[in-house]
Write a protein that binds this ligand. Structure first.
Ligand SMILES: [Zn+2]
Length: 293
């Protein structure tokens, strides 16, 4: 398969017959389904995202390379606000998060949910080819002409995932912000400045800090909470651990290497020659804590 330019759509997985292009369903608010404790379902499981009939539901442990690498959209639904796609099992936890945020006076929105291989590849290729800036540690554009290929790969990976390895490929991870924090005409940028003191999302992130460590959190955590020498810290990036941990366990350097051999993308030769150490540094993150049911 080949990565296509941004804006060009093609079927993500032509051989998949499990409903790639079927109409996205919308679902009622979580309060209709869950008890106060957040786990007791009170409706027919067939009507609830996250509960699939057993006969068409492959075990998560058998996740395919296409599911892991952003080539399979069959598990996705529209997010609760109708813009962006997420894994169906994230729908209710996301509703709980959004409702908690709303109760605290914030308007939680997604800057990103699911992102497929082609989209990630377009970002990657644009940075590798100079059509998009590659940033230094301070967020200023780098002179990429002065870098050798491996240095360029590392520079891109600080801010953007290698196509095939993004956690956004799973539908389990989201980039969030508080739309109420934006001034008229202002748009979200997803920079650390926005969440720091004086930034438009400072209060939202202060609240989120408490929510993530509190008893009502259904399992969200920040995989890029601090700088471990790989991906630059991203306080806005949340992962739903009960689901994402399973994808992360299934995604190994071998799975990624075998899959990437089938794709075309910029700097491929250099990436493939260094994939084990790139994977360890930029793909591996600590698993999130999973709440007990
Ligand atoms: Zn993200």
């Amino acid at each position: 398969m080949q990565c296509v330019p941004s804006g060009t759509q093609k079927p993500l997985h032509e051989s998949n017959s499990t409903g790639l292009n079927r109409e996205r369903k919308t679902f009622p608010r979580i309060g209709a389904f869950y008890s106060r404790g957040g786990q007791t379902l009170t409706q027919s499981a067939d009507n609830i995202p996250g509960k699939r009939p057993a006969d068409d539901s492959p075990a998560l442990e058998t996740l395919t390379p296409e599911q892991l690498c952003g080539r399979d959209e069959s598990a996705l639904v529209s997010c609760p606000w109708g813009s962006g796609l997420i894994h169906r099992d994230l729908y209710h936890p996301l509703m709980r998060l959004a409702e908690a945020a709303e109760g605290a006076g914030f308007t939680l929105k997604l800057a990103s949910g699911y992102r497929g291989f082609d989209r990630q590849c377009a970002i990657w290729n644009a940075k590798a080819g100079g059509a998009r800036p590659v940033l230094d540690e301070q967020g200023a554009p780098l002179d990429t002409a002065a870098l050798d290929e491996l240095a360029l790969v590392h520079a891109i990976l600080r801010w953007s995932a290698l196509p095939g390895s993004s956690r956004h490929h799973w539908g389990t991870d989201i980039d969030v912000y508080d739309a109420g924090g934006l001034a008229e005409g202002e748009t979200v940028q997803l920079t650390r400045r926005e969440s720091e003191p004086g930034g438009p999302f400072e209060a939202f992130h202060d609240w989120l800090d408490g929510y993530l460590t509190g008893p009502d959190n259904p399992g969200f955590y920040r995989p890029y909470d601090r700088d471990r020498g790989g991906v630059s810290p991203e306080p806005w990036h949340l992962s739903y651990a009960p689901l994402a941990n399973r994808y992360a366990r299934a995604m190994t350097p071998e799975v990624l290497a075998n899959y990437l051999q089938t794709e075309s993308f910029a700097l491929k030769e250099t990436v493939m020659a260094h994939l084990p150490e790139l994977f360890q540094r930029y793909v591996t993150v600590p698993p999130g804590p999973e709440p007990s049911l």
